[in-house]
Write a protein of this length. Structure first.
Length: 383
């Protein structure tokens, strides 16, 4: 028993003697009770001291550490890694990974080699992080950062079985240039989607107007009546305009039932085209058709028909004279036509008389030669 324990027993004995004395005086014990109480008070501490000496001290001196000695430093088993490139689902867009890697060694065996624990721990964490980021899009790096922090927050053994590792303070970002590129691509995709919707909307409106509203004048009138809140009088006034709009949308002439409502509406020829009417050309007259057919034939044939129609025959001297004059006139302008005229009229039998050369005539003020007896009597030349 220690000295402190003995002191406590004596202190308790003194307190008990005082309490017994007070109790005896208050109860007016008889004379024989006082010696008995004194014997009990003396015997109890002796018994307590003897019982305490039989139990050895649980912590003998020297077995407990001295509280005055310094606490040995704790070995820090963590390492900070910064801006390690990890692949993403997009080629050439890498994440930049930063984290604090923490590890603890496992029980080594007798055959375990000496290892660099920090290198094994960092390798284990990077492999776990790469398996997550390789299938993720780089445009959601903030979301993946929190996902990665949860995936690396648990101690897991590395492949060698030498230690367990985890990661703290995980950060996952893109480089500034890559982030700007992704932002531009996202803006372009959004603009393209808006443009596609606008184009589809425009096509839908055009199809609605062309195939439904302006299908014919009647459909246009019904549509216009609905748009004007059933104002019949106004719709009737606009029927001509609607007929023009309907025909213009289909590149056609105004329909016959509504042509009287359209001022200066061109007639609808059987074989005419809308493009021809828009250019201002009127329907071809019989004379125009004849001229068109004539222009498709050889010039020398047309000249021969002209001379025949004018009353000249190959037997007349004037017939060959006029053809020669025509060939000479066209010599500088159309040499091929002049040569064709000469060939055409050289094949005709020559007349039996020489042609009478025309006499020069004075010109009048209007540019035409005055009619004289000789000029007007060409048809009376001797045969």
């Amino acid at each position: 028993m220690t000295t402190g324990q003995k002191t406590i027993i004596l202190f308790v004995t003194v307190i008990a003697a005082l309490l017994v004395t007070i109790l005896g005086l208050y109860q007016r014990w008889p004379g024989w009770a006082w010696p008995v109480a004194a014997a009990v008070l003396c015997l109890a501490p002796a018994l307590a001291i003897r019982a305490g000496s039989r139990n050895p001290e649980p912590f003998p001196p020297g077995t407990l550490p001295d509280p005055d000695l310094p606490i040995p430093p704790v070995e820090r088993r963590e390492l900070r890694v910064c801006d390690v490139a990890l692949p993403s689902a997009e080629q050439d867009y890498d994440f930049l990974f930063s984290a604090t890697v923490r590890w603890c060694p496992l029980e080594p065996s007798a055959e375990s080699p000496t290892v660099n624990a920090s290198g094994l721990a960092v390798e284990a964490i990077l492999n776990r992080a790469r398996s997550v980021t390789a299938s993720r899009a780089p445009s959601v790096s903030t979301f993946i950062q929190h996902e990665l922090a949860g995936a690396l927050a648990t101690m897991h053994p590395d492949e060698s079985g030498q230690l367990q590792a985890m990661a703290l303070d995980v950060s996952l970002v893109l480089s500034k240039d890559d982030q700007e590129r992704l932002d531009k691509l996202a803006a372009v995709r959004k603009d393209e989607a808006v443009w596609a919707h606008e184009r589809k909307y425009e096509q839908s409106r055009r199809a609605y107007l062309g195939e439904d509203v302006l299908k014919d004048t009647g459909s246009a009138v019904v549509w216009w009546l609905h748009k004007n809140d059933d104002q019949v009088a106004r719709t009737v006034q606009d029927i001509g305009l609607l007929a023009q709009l309907t025909s213009a949308s289909k590149n056609e002439h105004v329909a016959e039932p509504f042509r009287h409502l359209v001022p200066d509406a061109a007639p609808d020829p059987g074989s005419g085209s809308f493009e021809g009417d828009r250019s201002g050309a009127s329907p071809a007259s019989p004379e125009t058709k004849v001229g068109t057919e004539a222009s498709a034939r050889a010039p020398e044939d047309v000249l021969a028909e002209f001379l025949d129609a004018a009353g000249f025959s190959p037997a007349d001297a004037e017939y060959f004279f006029l053809s020669a004059q025509a060939a000479e006139t066209l010599e500088q302008l159309k040499p091929d036509v002049a040569a064709a005229i000469r060939r055409r009229f050289d094949d005709t039998p020559a007349p039996h008389t020489e042609p009478v050369p025309p006499q020069p005539q004075p010109f009048s003020m209007n540019g035409h030669a005055p009619m004289t007896g000789e000029a007007s009597g060409l048809g009376d030349a001797p045969h």
